[in-house]
Design a protein around this ligand. Structure first.
Ligand code: DON
Length: 304
C-alpha cells in the first residue's frame, strides 16, 4: 500500500469540505486557529511513518488528552477506574450534565467531560506533580521532548470552565471527586491545552494499535488487555454523541478533540492522526472525519 499517495490524495480530495464546519469558539483562545489547516500522519507498526499537509504543526489536543490520562490511570489503578466512571456511550454532548445527577455523580464514560474529571481526580491522588506526570508521559509516547502546554489556551479554558466546574462540584457532592475543585480544573485545563502535532499523536497512539507494544520505543507501554479495553471504549464513546455515525462511516476506534484533532487506531496495523480545526455540530472535526472515512475506505482498514 502506498500510504504517501493515499495521504496526498486525501489532502486534495477534502478541499471542497472546508468552510462547512466551525472552529470551536467556546474557548476563546481556540477561536483564532485558522480553519483551513489540514494535517494527517500515519504511524505503522514497523516504525515507518507518512505525513501530509500541516502534520508537523502542534495544535491543542483537547479531549484527545483524555485517552492518555485514562491509559495512565489504568496502568496505576487497573480496574479500579471503573468504580469511578462507566464504559457506556452517553448519547449526550461531551459537556452535558443531564444524566450525571440521575446517575448519582458517576459519569457514563471517561471520555465525556465529567468522566475525564473523575479519571483525572484518581490520577491526582498519586503523590507528585500531576501536570508534570502528564507532560512527561506525552513526551515519552511522542518521543518528542518539546511537547509543551499552550499556556494561553490553558488560561482561556480555565476562565471559561463554568460547565466543567459545575460538573466537578456535582460529582464532589456525590463523593466521586476527592481533590480540590480548583486544582482539578486547573490540571484538567492543562491536559487539554497540551499542544502536539499529528506526527506526535500518531506515534503516541501506536501502543493502542499494537496490543500495548510500540516498536518505536521497543517496549510495552500498556498491557494487551488495557489496549483492548481502551480501544473498545474509544470505539463506543470516543466521538461523543455521533459515535454511531462515526463507526458507520470510519469504522475504527478513535478519539476526537475540539482542537480539531482525531487520533484513530487500526488494530494490529497502525495509528492515524488527522487535524482540521473546523468542527461538526457534535464537536468532532468535520473535515477530519471525512478524511478518515476516505482513509479506511481506500486502505480497507475499517474493522467491520
Ligand atoms: O472541557 C472542554 O470542554 C474541552 N477542554 C475539551 C472538550 C473536547 O475536546 C471535547 N471534544 N470533542
Amino acid at each position: 500500500m502506498d500510504y504517501q499517495a493515499v495521504l496526498d490524495y486525501i489532502r486534495e480530495a477534502v478541499e471542497p469540505k472546508f468552510g462547512k464546519g466551525k472552529v470551536a469558539d467556546y474557548i476563546p483562545a481556540l477561536a483564532g486557529v485558522p480553519g483551513g489547516k489540514f494535517g494527517m500522519a500515519v504511524q505503522l507498526a514497523d516504525g515507518r511513518n507518512f505525513k501530509t499537509g500541516d502534520a508537523d504543526e502542534a495544535f491543542s489536543i483537547q479531549s484527545i488528552s483524555k485517552l492518555f490520562v485514562l491509559q495512565m490511570v489504568m496502568s496505576h489503578f487497573g480496574d479500579m477506574v471503573w468504580t469511578r466512571v462507566g464504559k457506556e456511550p452517553s448519547g449526550d454532548r461531551f459537556n452535558s450534565m443531564i444524566k450525571l445527577e440521575m446517575e448519582h455523580g458517576v459519569p457514563r464514560n471517561p471520555f465525556i467531560n465529567p468522566g475525564a474529571l473523575a479519571t483525572l481526580d484518581l490520577l491526582m491522588s498519586l503523590k507528585g506533580d500531576t501536570k508534570q506526570r502528564i507532560r512527561n508521559y506525552l513526551r515519552y509516547l511522542a518521543l518528542n521532548d518539546s511537547v509543551e502546554v499552550d499556556p494561553v489556551v490553558a488560561k482561556s479554558e480555565y476562565e471559561h470552565a463554568n460547565l466543567n466546574r459545575a460538573m466537578a462540584h456535582l460529582m464532589k457532592g456525590y463523593n466521586n471527586i476527592h481533590m480540590d475543585v480548583d486544582d482539578l480544573l486547573d490540571t484538567y485545563c492543562y491536559q487539554c491545552a497540551m499542544a502536539m502535532s499529528c506526527v506526535d499523536l500518531a506515534r503516541a497512539g501506536l501502543p493502542l494499535a499494537m496490543g500495548g507494544y510500540s516498536a518505536l520505543h521497543d517496549a510495552s507501554i500498556i498491557s494487551t488487555s488495557q489496549a483492548k479495553r481502551i480501544n473498545a471504549v474509544m470505539l463506543t464513546c470516543g466521538t461523543y454523541d455521533s459515535v454511531g455515525s462515526f463507526a458507520y462511516r470510519v469504522g475504527i476506534p478513535a478519539k476526537s478533540g475540539v482542537g480539531g484533532g482525531i487520533l484513530a487506531v487500526v488494530p494490529g496495523k497502525m495509528a492515524v492522526c488527522v487535524w482540521a480545526p473546523e468542527l461538526d455540530t457534535f464537536g468532532n472535526s468535520y473535515v477530519g472525519t471525512a478524511a478518515l472515512e476516505m482513509f479506511t475506505s481506500l486502505t480497507h482498514t475499517s474493522i467491520f
